[in-house]
Design a protein around this ligand. Sequence first.
Ligand SMILES: [Zn+2]
Ligand SMILES: [Zn+2]
Length: 251
Amino acid sequence: MILRLIGLWSDSSGTEWPQPADHVDPGWDTSERKLVGDYLTYAYMTGVGAIPPVPCTICGTLLNRGASLTDGAYAWNSDLAHYITEHSVRLPQEFTNHIHATVDAVRDPTWWKTAYTVARRDDMLRSDPTHPRVLHEIGQWADSEHPGFPSPRCQNPGWDELDKECLTEYLQTCFVTEVTSDGTGTCQLCGQLVERSHIRTDGVFAWRSDLPHYVAEHDINLPQPIIDRMNETIDAQIDWDWWKTVYATNQ
Ligand SMILES: [Zn+2]
Ligand SMILES: [Zn+2]
């Protein structure tokens, strides 16, 4: 997997990267601007480096850029959201379209129904990851209203503690694409009330916020394609070149 790096800006020392001041759009629709700012802020963190804060190239505020964030298609550092929320810097239209495609995608539970029994890599993982239209909804367990769904079982009680932590964190930090009125639900295994009103997505799969409880508390392993998607995101290579010319070629 290759992630497109975005959000590196030129400073006085070089002109290799775009200049944010060239892309300020004070008239940008505020709801779209908020969506992009949130998308960049609440994303999966692949790493935290000991990088000293850097000044914003527009206002000089010191920004923390030590965290590497990704959505499984693009990668950026934690200082990028500031340019959008504080200075209305527009990112390339292709990226904005990608966010809309993710947020507006249809969620389909068909894949999940047989995901434990049909242990193979689905075709959807070979489709263009930058333009998902259908998100595979995962984590619905069988109950009276949902016959035909998997039952939560202790799929992997002996699995590596680090793998479990890694998957739990992934499920807890990917982008929130929707907040529903679901509130809390009862865990089918321990009876505890678990918050389930957020829907998160990694651009391929979508799940409610009670799913990490099953992984963390009950050792429920998820079907391999979901683990593969996470690992590919973590191990992805970075494309440094797209960002250098994207503004020039799209204008
Ligand atoms: Zn600034
Ligand atoms: Zn439980």
